[in-house]
Design a binder for this molecule. Sequence first.
Ligand code: SF4
Ligand code: SF4
Length: 68
Amino acid sequence: MAQNWYPIINEDLCANCNTCVDFCPNGVYVAGDFHPMVVKPENCVEFCRGCSKVCPNDAITYFGDNHN
Ligand code: SF4
Ligand code: SF4
C-alpha cells in the first residue's frame, strides 16, 4: 500500500501516448479517452518514479513528493 505516494497526470501536458500505462508493472493506470486514469493508486510503489522517467512530456508528478 502506498496511499501516500501515487502519480498525478497533468492533463494539459499529457499526449495520451499510454507509455506510462504500458510501463507500470503494477496496474496503477488504465488507458482513458483523453489521458490515462490512476485506478489503483494503492498499487504504486513509494518513491518509484519509473513512469515519470519514461513520460515524453514530463506530465507525471507524484502525490507525496515534496519536490513537485
Ligand atoms: S506517458 Fe506521459 S504523455 Fe504519455 S500517456 Fe502517460 S502521462 Fe500522458
Ligand atoms: S511510480 Fe512506478 S509503480 Fe507507481 S505508477 Fe509509476 S511506474 Fe507504476
